[in-house]
Design a protein. Structure first.
Length: 99
């Protein structure tokens, strides 16, 4: 508990995350002194600031899923679903796919 990762997301998306990280790092002593007053801990952790990229990754993943669904719907538009059919080629006998 001597180190803590603090993830941040700049309010202004135009601002460079490295710049925000430097600003937070320069305020780390101030933040730790306030944490020391609020927390009942023997040692206040050293703060490590990291940009939070989870929202961007989630948006990209959502866009990929939406694109795949649209492409799949377009490919299957007007075609009745055939039972047991898949999109890939049939496995060759003895390739281990039947296990």
């Amino acid at each position: 508990m001597s180190h803590a990762k603090v993830y941040f997301l700049p309010f202004d998306q135009q601002r460079d995350p490295a710049e925000v990280r430097r600003a937070l790092a320069s305020a780390a002593g101030f933040l730790r002194s306030h944490l020391r007053k609020q927390l009942a801990m023997r040692q206040v952790p050293e703060l490590h600031f990291l940009p939070d990229e989870s929202i961007d990754r989630a948006a990209k993943l959502s866009a990929l899923i939406s694109t795949a669904v649209r492409e799949d719907e377009a490919r299957h538009a007007g075609e009745p679903p055939s039972p047991g059919a898949d999109d890939g080629p049939s496995p060759a006998p003895g390739d281990g796919a039947d296990r």
